[in-house]
Design a protein around this ligand. Structure first.
Ligand code: SAM
Length: 339
């Protein structure tokens, strides 16, 4: 094995230079004796180029022990127990929310769930790992989670685009996969706007927008836990004077409010269509609606918006697949201007 024999006193400096030039074989252990340090070199190293490093001796035949390394990838952690294709699927399912990892494990791998949980914990270096135990369901859009590894702590603070969002993954809806969408909406907002977030949850749209713009946002949610975190997150991000948090069913809450909105956000993709009439009542002429629906095409959500708008002119500004929901079905986002 090629190596560089260097006097002990110089070893550290030379090692750094060699590391920078990627000449050291990191899979092998460096050797030492009382006077010298022996740096194992990668096999393609060109001794001639290194001759100028005086006081070093190049040896060609020293034996080195292999480095004992921990696994480096999620695959390394699990490759002895699970097929690689399935490991990749589990990895793709990771949602990392603050210190919490949520993952999806196919039923046939439930017997390995704790090994998978521990691997996810070690790989992500977060504090807690939970697995999905149900679909997202009910009016509050939450799901059952089972604790797998780390600390059984489901409350965390997630940071996205500089917004700090505290939440309990077991009690409220939150998807880190919508971060880009939220920022996309926030970037369209102009100072002075009145905005209604009809299904605000713990407030990720609200916080992202109010941190960046001089606006007033009415933020509504029916889940008492989400509402409590919403208020907390408003304070955490110092936007108290820009947001009115409102608790309850959006129909009831906004009934007597006489709000005229420049922008309405409707991120309740399963059933938002049931509230389109209300959204259309709120929107001022020229106002913008960000509408979301689970759909396999764009026509269905667009037609719903058009029929709710009745005689008002509808201008589609943008339509996109925000994320995949299931094969062939998308969380579709439509931006519409209502004349
Ligand atoms: C899909 S989550 C979206 C939350 C948030 N906008 C986000 O992006 O993380 C929908 C939210 O709507 C709330 N919700 C459902 N029906 C409601 C209603 N009728 N009135 C007010 N909020 C409602 C749920 O509690 C849930 O927090």
């Amino acid at each position: 094995m090629k190596c560089l024999k260097v006097p002990k006193q110089m070893a550290n400096d030379i090692r750094k230079v060699m590391m920078e030039k990627s000449l050291i074989d990191l899979d092998l252990k460096i050797k030492r004796d009382s006077e010298f340090v022996y740096l194992p070199l990668i096999s393609r190293v060109d001794f001639e180029k290194l001759r100028k490093l005086n006081m070093c001796q190049f040896l060609d035949d020293l034996k080195f022990e292999a480095q004992k390394r921990g696994p480096r990838s999620f695959m390394d952690f699990l490759k002895d127990s699970i097929e690689s294709e399935k490991i990749q699927d589990i990895k793709k399912s990771f949602d990392i929310i603050g210190d919490v990892v949520i993952l999806e494990i196919p039923e046939e791998l439930y017997i390995h769930k704790y090994i998978i949980g521990k691997a996810a914990l070690d790989f992500t270096k977060r504090k807690s790992v939970f697995m999905k135990k149900s679909e997202i369901k009910g009016i509050t859009r939450t799901r059952e989670l089972e604790f797998l590894a780390g600390e059984d702590q489901s409350e965390t603070v997630h940071i996205e685009y500089g917004s700090r969002i505290m939440l309990d993954v077991k009690k409220v809806y939150f998807s880190p996969r919508l971060a880009t969408e939220r920022e996309r909406v926030a970037q369209q907002v102009k100072d002075g706007e009145i905005i209604v977030d009809m299904f605000a949850g713990v407030g990720p749209f609200v916080v992202d927008i109010a941190r960046q713009r001089e606006v007033h946002i009415y933020a509504v949610d029916i889940n008492p836990y989400a509402f409590s975190y919403l208020k907390h997150n408003i304070a955490l991000n110092h936007i108290e004077n820009k947001v009115s948090p409102l608790f309850g069913d959006v129909r009831e809450v906004l009934k007597n409010k006489q709000i005229t909105a420049d922008r309405v956000i409707m991120n309740l993709p399963g059933t938002a269509y049931q509230f389109l009439d209300l959204a259309l009542e709120l929107i001022s002429p020229g106002g913008i609606l960000h509408y979301y629906e689970f759909a396999s095409d764009y026509e269905t959500p667009i037609n719903r918006i058009k029929s709710s708008a009745k005689n008002r002119k509808v201008k589609i500004l943008n339509k996109r697949h925000v994320k995949s929901r299931s094969p062939g079905v998308w969380h579709v986002g439509i931006d519409v201007q209502i004349e």
